[in-house]
Design a protein around this ligand. Structure first.
Ligand code: COA
Length: 331
Protein backbone atom coordinates (compact mmCIF):
# COMPACT_ATOMS: atom_id res chain seq x y z
CA UNK A 1 0.00 0.00 0.00
CA UNK A 2 1.32 3.39 -0.96
CA UNK A 3 1.72 6.16 1.58
CA UNK A 4 2.13 9.80 0.54
CA UNK A 5 4.67 10.02 3.34
CA UNK A 6 6.02 7.43 5.79
CA UNK A 7 3.85 6.89 8.87
CA UNK A 8 6.32 4.93 10.97
CA UNK A 9 10.03 4.20 11.08
CA UNK A 10 12.37 1.59 12.50
CA UNK A 11 14.51 3.50 15.00
CA UNK A 12 16.63 0.58 16.24
CA UNK A 13 17.16 -3.15 15.84
CA UNK A 14 18.62 -5.98 17.93
CA UNK A 15 19.35 -9.66 17.50
CA UNK A 16 20.12 -12.78 19.46
CA UNK A 17 21.32 -16.14 18.21
CA UNK A 18 22.20 -19.12 20.40
CA UNK A 19 25.91 -19.82 20.76
CA UNK A 20 25.75 -23.46 19.64
CA UNK A 21 26.90 -23.70 15.99
CA UNK A 22 25.88 -26.85 14.09
CA UNK A 23 27.65 -27.25 10.75
CA UNK A 24 26.57 -29.31 7.77
CA UNK A 25 29.33 -31.78 8.64
CA UNK A 26 27.90 -32.10 12.16
CA UNK A 27 24.55 -33.05 10.59
CA UNK A 28 26.22 -35.44 8.16
CA UNK A 29 27.67 -37.26 11.17
CA UNK A 30 24.11 -37.86 12.44
CA UNK A 31 22.09 -38.49 9.28
CA UNK A 32 22.35 -39.42 5.60
CA UNK A 33 23.29 -36.03 4.17
CA UNK A 34 26.41 -34.12 3.18
CA UNK A 35 27.88 -30.63 3.30
CA UNK A 36 28.02 -30.70 -0.48
CA UNK A 37 24.27 -31.50 -0.87
CA UNK A 38 23.12 -28.86 1.61
CA UNK A 39 25.51 -26.15 0.39
CA UNK A 40 24.82 -26.54 -3.32
CA UNK A 41 21.02 -26.87 -2.93
CA UNK A 42 20.56 -24.10 -0.36
CA UNK A 43 23.71 -22.05 0.36
CA UNK A 44 23.53 -23.03 4.04
CA UNK A 45 26.79 -23.99 5.80
CA UNK A 46 25.76 -23.82 9.47
CA UNK A 47 22.91 -22.93 11.78
CA UNK A 48 22.49 -22.12 15.49
CA UNK A 49 20.57 -24.53 17.69
CA UNK A 50 19.24 -23.40 21.06
CA UNK A 51 19.67 -25.61 24.14
CA UNK A 52 16.62 -27.19 25.78
CA UNK A 53 16.28 -24.52 28.45
CA UNK A 54 16.32 -21.64 25.93
CA UNK A 55 12.90 -20.99 24.41
CA UNK A 56 11.34 -18.49 22.02
CA UNK A 57 10.58 -15.96 24.78
CA UNK A 58 14.14 -16.03 26.14
CA UNK A 59 15.63 -15.41 22.69
CA UNK A 60 13.05 -12.77 21.76
CA UNK A 61 13.59 -10.87 25.02
CA UNK A 62 17.36 -10.91 24.49
CA UNK A 63 17.01 -9.40 21.00
CA UNK A 64 14.41 -6.87 22.18
CA UNK A 65 16.57 -5.68 25.12
CA UNK A 66 19.29 -4.66 22.67
CA UNK A 67 16.84 -2.86 20.38
CA UNK A 68 15.31 -0.99 23.35
CA UNK A 69 18.72 0.05 24.70
CA UNK A 70 19.82 1.33 21.29
CA UNK A 71 16.60 3.35 20.95
CA UNK A 72 17.02 4.61 24.55
CA UNK A 73 13.50 3.45 25.26
CA UNK A 74 12.54 2.15 28.69
CA UNK A 75 10.49 -1.06 28.62
CA UNK A 76 7.66 0.80 30.36
CA UNK A 77 7.39 3.19 27.40
CA UNK A 78 6.41 0.45 24.94
CA UNK A 79 2.75 0.80 23.91
CA UNK A 80 2.42 -2.26 21.70
CA UNK A 81 4.47 -5.46 21.57
CA UNK A 82 3.81 -7.55 18.46
CA UNK A 83 5.56 -10.90 18.44
CA UNK A 84 5.77 -13.25 15.51
CA UNK A 85 6.64 -16.89 16.00
CA UNK A 86 5.86 -20.30 14.57
CA UNK A 87 7.32 -21.84 17.73
CA UNK A 88 5.52 -20.46 20.80
CA UNK A 89 6.97 -21.82 24.03
CA UNK A 90 3.48 -23.15 24.82
CA UNK A 91 0.00 -22.76 23.40
CA UNK A 92 -1.43 -20.53 26.12
CA UNK A 93 -0.76 -17.70 26.88
CA UNK A 94 1.07 -15.96 24.05
CA UNK A 95 4.86 -15.78 23.85
CA UNK A 96 4.42 -11.99 23.57
CA UNK A 97 3.09 -11.96 27.15
CA UNK A 98 6.13 -13.95 28.30
CA UNK A 99 8.45 -11.47 26.57
CA UNK A 100 6.48 -8.59 28.07
CA UNK A 101 7.05 -10.07 31.53
CA UNK A 102 10.75 -10.74 30.92
CA UNK A 103 11.32 -7.17 29.69
CA UNK A 104 8.98 -5.33 32.06
CA UNK A 105 6.91 -3.76 29.26
CA UNK A 106 4.08 -3.37 31.73
CA UNK A 107 2.17 -0.72 29.77
CA UNK A 108 2.14 -2.55 26.45
CA UNK A 109 -0.63 -4.45 24.74
CA UNK A 110 1.17 -7.69 23.86
CA UNK A 111 0.09 -10.41 21.47
CA UNK A 112 1.40 -13.00 19.03
CA UNK A 113 0.86 -13.19 15.33
CA UNK A 114 1.42 -16.30 13.27
CA UNK A 115 2.54 -15.58 9.73
CA UNK A 116 5.49 -17.99 9.58
CA UNK A 117 8.52 -16.60 7.74
CA UNK A 118 6.65 -13.41 6.76
CA UNK A 119 5.97 -12.63 10.42
CA UNK A 120 8.39 -9.75 10.82
CA UNK A 121 6.95 -7.68 7.98
CA UNK A 122 3.40 -8.59 9.00
CA UNK A 123 4.26 -7.45 12.54
CA UNK A 124 5.86 -4.25 11.33
CA UNK A 125 2.79 -3.49 9.27
CA UNK A 126 0.55 -3.96 12.33
CA UNK A 127 2.80 -1.75 14.43
CA UNK A 128 2.75 0.89 11.70
CA UNK A 129 -1.05 0.85 11.59
CA UNK A 130 -1.35 1.07 15.39
CA UNK A 131 1.01 4.03 15.58
CA UNK A 132 -0.57 5.73 12.55
CA UNK A 133 -3.97 5.46 14.24
CA UNK A 134 -2.54 7.46 17.13
CA UNK A 135 -2.88 4.65 19.64
CA UNK A 136 0.66 4.82 20.89
CA UNK A 137 4.13 6.27 20.46
CA UNK A 138 6.38 3.24 20.73
CA UNK A 139 6.02 -0.21 19.16
CA UNK A 140 8.26 -3.20 19.71
CA UNK A 141 8.23 -5.87 17.01
CA UNK A 142 9.87 -9.15 17.99
CA UNK A 143 10.40 -12.22 15.82
CA UNK A 144 11.69 -15.29 17.59
CA UNK A 145 11.92 -18.85 16.36
CA UNK A 146 13.12 -22.10 17.86
CA UNK A 147 12.73 -24.02 14.61
CA UNK A 148 14.82 -26.90 15.97
CA UNK A 149 11.86 -27.74 18.24
CA UNK A 150 9.36 -28.32 15.40
CA UNK A 151 11.41 -29.89 12.61
CA UNK A 152 11.52 -33.64 12.24
CA UNK A 153 15.13 -34.62 12.84
CA UNK A 154 14.40 -37.84 10.95
CA UNK A 155 13.41 -35.90 7.80
CA UNK A 156 16.63 -34.82 6.12
CA UNK A 157 14.78 -32.84 3.43
CA UNK A 158 13.54 -30.26 5.98
CA UNK A 159 15.62 -30.40 9.17
CA UNK A 160 18.85 -29.28 7.48
CA UNK A 161 17.22 -26.03 6.31
CA UNK A 162 16.31 -24.36 9.59
CA UNK A 163 17.96 -22.69 12.57
CA UNK A 164 17.10 -20.82 15.79
CA UNK A 165 17.33 -17.10 16.56
CA UNK A 166 15.52 -13.85 17.23
CA UNK A 167 15.42 -10.28 15.98
CA UNK A 168 13.62 -7.17 17.16
CA UNK A 169 12.90 -3.60 16.11
CA UNK A 170 11.68 -0.50 17.91
CA UNK A 171 9.23 1.41 15.73
CA UNK A 172 8.04 4.98 16.23
CA UNK A 173 5.85 7.38 14.26
CA UNK A 174 7.80 9.04 11.46
CA UNK A 175 8.99 12.51 12.33
CA UNK A 176 8.46 14.04 8.91
CA UNK A 177 12.06 13.59 7.77
CA UNK A 178 11.02 11.16 5.03
CA UNK A 179 12.49 8.16 6.87
CA UNK A 180 10.34 5.12 7.47
CA UNK A 181 8.19 2.48 5.82
CA UNK A 182 7.67 3.70 2.25
CA UNK A 183 5.40 0.88 1.14
CA UNK A 184 4.22 -2.57 2.12
CA UNK A 185 2.72 -5.26 -0.03
CA UNK A 186 1.47 -8.21 2.03
CA UNK A 187 -0.38 -11.24 0.75
CA UNK A 188 -1.51 -14.72 1.81
CA UNK A 189 -3.17 -17.76 0.23
CA UNK A 190 -4.62 -20.35 2.60
CA UNK A 191 -5.43 -22.67 -0.31
CA UNK A 192 -1.77 -23.63 -0.33
CA UNK A 193 -1.49 -24.35 3.41
CA UNK A 194 -0.55 -27.98 2.93
CA UNK A 195 2.64 -27.16 1.04
CA UNK A 196 4.30 -26.20 4.32
CA UNK A 197 2.60 -27.09 7.57
CA UNK A 198 2.38 -29.06 10.76
CA UNK A 199 -0.50 -31.43 9.96
CA UNK A 200 -1.44 -32.31 13.56
CA UNK A 201 -1.06 -31.27 17.18
CA UNK A 202 -3.66 -28.46 17.20
CA UNK A 203 -7.36 -28.30 18.07
CA UNK A 204 -8.58 -30.28 15.06
CA UNK A 205 -6.13 -33.14 15.47
CA UNK A 206 -4.83 -33.04 19.02
CA UNK A 207 -1.66 -34.79 20.05
CA UNK A 208 -2.17 -38.51 20.50
CA UNK A 209 0.25 -41.39 20.74
CA UNK A 210 -0.53 -42.10 17.07
CA UNK A 211 0.24 -38.52 15.98
CA UNK A 212 3.49 -38.59 17.93
CA UNK A 213 4.47 -41.95 16.47
CA UNK A 214 3.88 -40.72 12.91
CA UNK A 215 5.58 -37.38 13.58
CA UNK A 216 2.61 -35.48 12.14
CA UNK A 217 3.15 -32.68 14.67
CA UNK A 218 6.41 -31.79 12.92
CA UNK A 219 6.94 -29.52 9.91
CA UNK A 220 6.12 -31.15 6.59
CA UNK A 221 7.03 -29.48 3.32
CA UNK A 222 6.67 -30.01 -0.41
CA UNK A 223 10.09 -28.51 -1.12
CA UNK A 224 9.90 -28.02 -4.88
CA UNK A 225 6.41 -26.49 -4.83
CA UNK A 226 7.40 -24.15 -2.02
CA UNK A 227 10.50 -23.19 -3.96
CA UNK A 228 8.53 -22.28 -7.10
CA UNK A 229 5.91 -20.30 -5.17
CA UNK A 230 8.59 -18.48 -3.18
CA UNK A 231 10.43 -17.28 -6.27
CA UNK A 232 7.27 -16.12 -8.01
CA UNK A 233 5.69 -14.45 -4.96
CA UNK A 234 8.78 -12.66 -3.70
CA UNK A 235 9.55 -11.32 -7.17
CA UNK A 236 5.99 -10.02 -7.64
CA UNK A 237 5.85 -8.52 -4.17
CA UNK A 238 9.20 -6.80 -4.64
CA UNK A 239 8.01 -5.18 -7.84
CA UNK A 240 4.80 -4.02 -6.17
CA UNK A 241 6.59 -2.63 -3.11
CA UNK A 242 9.07 -0.73 -5.25
CA UNK A 243 6.32 0.63 -7.47
CA UNK A 244 4.24 1.77 -4.49
CA UNK A 245 7.28 3.43 -2.93
CA UNK A 246 7.93 5.33 -6.16
CA UNK A 247 11.34 3.64 -6.46
CA UNK A 248 13.09 1.75 -9.21
CA UNK A 249 15.55 -1.10 -8.69
CA UNK A 250 18.38 1.38 -9.28
CA UNK A 251 17.26 3.36 -6.20
CA UNK A 252 17.67 0.35 -3.90
CA UNK A 253 20.82 0.50 -1.77
CA UNK A 254 20.32 -2.91 -0.18
CA UNK A 255 17.99 -5.89 -0.52
CA UNK A 256 17.53 -7.71 2.80
CA UNK A 257 15.48 -10.76 1.81
CA UNK A 258 14.14 -13.65 3.86
CA UNK A 259 16.97 -16.14 4.15
CA UNK A 260 15.51 -19.50 3.11
CA UNK A 261 17.59 -20.56 0.15
CA UNK A 262 20.36 -18.85 -1.81
CA UNK A 263 18.79 -19.85 -5.11
CA UNK A 264 15.46 -18.26 -4.09
CA UNK A 265 17.32 -15.10 -3.05
CA UNK A 266 19.28 -14.97 -6.30
CA UNK A 267 16.12 -15.38 -8.36
CA UNK A 268 14.27 -12.71 -6.36
CA UNK A 269 17.14 -10.25 -6.77
CA UNK A 270 17.41 -11.01 -10.48
CA UNK A 271 13.70 -10.46 -11.13
CA UNK A 272 13.77 -7.28 -9.05
CA UNK A 273 16.80 -6.06 -11.04
CA UNK A 274 19.08 -5.75 -8.00
CA UNK A 275 22.74 -6.74 -8.49
CA UNK A 276 24.30 -9.38 -6.19
CA UNK A 277 26.57 -6.87 -4.42
CA UNK A 278 23.44 -5.12 -3.10
CA UNK A 279 21.94 -8.28 -1.59
CA UNK A 280 22.54 -9.05 2.08
CA UNK A 281 23.06 -12.72 2.86
CA UNK A 282 23.65 -14.48 6.15
CA UNK A 283 21.84 -17.79 5.63
CA UNK A 284 25.22 -19.47 5.14
CA UNK A 285 25.77 -18.96 8.90
CA UNK A 286 22.22 -19.27 10.24
CA UNK A 287 20.03 -21.24 7.85
CA UNK A 288 16.34 -20.30 7.73
CA UNK A 289 15.29 -18.77 11.07
CA UNK A 290 11.73 -18.23 9.78
CA UNK A 291 10.42 -14.80 10.80
CA UNK A 292 13.63 -14.00 12.70
CA UNK A 293 15.70 -14.13 9.49
CA UNK A 294 14.87 -10.62 8.23
CA UNK A 295 15.35 -8.70 11.50
CA UNK A 296 18.60 -10.55 12.26
CA UNK A 297 19.85 -9.77 8.73
CA UNK A 298 18.72 -6.16 9.02
CA UNK A 299 20.52 -5.78 12.34
CA UNK A 300 23.74 -7.27 10.96
CA UNK A 301 23.55 -5.07 7.84
CA UNK A 302 23.16 -1.96 10.01
CA UNK A 303 26.02 -3.05 12.25
CA UNK A 304 28.24 -3.56 9.20
CA UNK A 305 27.50 0.01 8.05
CA UNK A 306 25.66 -1.15 4.93
CA UNK A 307 22.60 1.00 5.66
CA UNK A 308 23.56 4.65 5.88
CA UNK A 309 21.30 7.60 6.53
CA UNK A 310 18.84 8.00 3.65
CA UNK A 311 19.44 4.44 2.36
CA UNK A 312 16.59 2.77 0.50
CA UNK A 313 16.21 -0.82 1.65
CA UNK A 314 13.93 -3.44 0.14
CA UNK A 315 12.87 -6.56 2.00
CA UNK A 316 10.86 -9.54 0.77
CA UNK A 317 9.55 -12.55 2.66
CA UNK A 318 7.79 -15.82 2.00
CA UNK A 319 6.52 -18.59 4.23
CA UNK A 320 3.89 -21.05 5.37
CA UNK A 321 0.29 -20.01 4.96
CA UNK A 322 1.23 -19.36 2.31
CA UNK A 323 2.17 -15.82 3.30
CA UNK A 324 4.45 -13.43 1.49
CA UNK A 325 5.19 -9.78 0.99
CA UNK A 326 7.70 -7.02 0.51
CA UNK A 327 8.41 -3.65 2.07
CA UNK A 328 10.48 -0.65 1.08
CA UNK A 329 12.10 1.37 3.86
CA UNK A 330 14.12 4.60 3.94
CA UNK A 331 16.57 4.88 6.84
N1 COA B 1 20.80 -34.64 1.98
C1 COA B 1 20.98 -35.45 0.93
N2 COA B 1 19.99 -35.76 0.07
C2 COA B 1 18.79 -35.20 0.29
C3 COA B 1 18.54 -34.34 1.37
C4 COA B 1 19.60 -34.08 2.24
N3 COA B 1 19.48 -33.26 3.30
N4 COA B 1 17.26 -33.96 1.34
C5 COA B 1 16.70 -34.55 0.27
N5 COA B 1 17.62 -35.30 -0.37
C6 COA B 1 17.47 -36.09 -1.57
C7 COA B 1 16.04 -36.47 -1.85
O1 COA B 1 15.70 -37.63 -1.14
C8 COA B 1 16.07 -36.71 -3.36
O2 COA B 1 16.59 -37.99 -3.57
P1 COA B 1 16.00 -38.91 -4.76
O3 COA B 1 16.24 -38.13 -6.01
O4 COA B 1 16.82 -40.14 -4.64
O5 COA B 1 14.56 -39.09 -4.45
C9 COA B 1 17.12 -35.73 -3.85
O6 COA B 1 17.87 -35.31 -2.69
C10 COA B 1 16.57 -34.51 -4.56
O7 COA B 1 15.55 -33.98 -3.82
P2 COA B 1 14.73 -32.75 -4.38
O8 COA B 1 13.58 -32.48 -3.50
O9 COA B 1 14.48 -32.95 -5.82
O10 COA B 1 15.82 -31.58 -4.28
P3 COA B 1 15.66 -30.08 -4.66
O11 COA B 1 16.67 -29.73 -5.67
O12 COA B 1 14.24 -29.71 -4.95
O13 COA B 1 16.05 -29.34 -3.30
C11 COA B 1 15.18 -28.30 -1.37
C12 COA B 1 15.33 -29.60 -2.13
C13 COA B 1 14.38 -28.60 -0.10
C14 COA B 1 16.54 -27.77 -1.00
C15 COA B 1 14.45 -27.28 -2.26
O14 COA B 1 13.29 -27.85 -2.82
C16 COA B 1 14.10 -26.03 -1.51
O15 COA B 1 14.93 -25.33 -1.06
N6 COA B 1 12.78 -25.72 -1.41
C17 COA B 1 12.33 -24.56 -0.68
C18 COA B 1 12.34 -24.89 0.78
C19 COA B 1 12.24 -23.67 1.64
O16 COA B 1 13.02 -22.78 1.54
N7 COA B 1 11.24 -23.66 2.54
C20 COA B 1 11.05 -22.62 3.46
C21 COA B 1 10.34 -21.47 2.82
S1 COA B 1 10.14 -20.20 3.95
Amino acid sequence: MRHPKPLAEIVSTGRYVPSNVVTNDDLAARMDTSDEWIRTRTGIRARRIAPDQEGAAHMGAAAARIALERARVDPGEVDILVLSTATPDRWLPSTACDVQALLGCTNAVAFDIMAACSGFIYGLSMAEGYLAAGRGEVALVVSTEKMSSIVDWNDRSTCVLFGDGAGAAVVKPSNGSGRGILSSHLRSDGNLAQLLWRPAGGALTPLTADVLAKGDHFVRMAGREVFKNAVRSMAEASHAALHDAGLTAADVDLLVPHQANLRIIDATAKYAGIPPEKVFINLDRYGNMSSASIPVALDEAREQGLIGQGANVLTAAFGAGLTWGAMAWRF
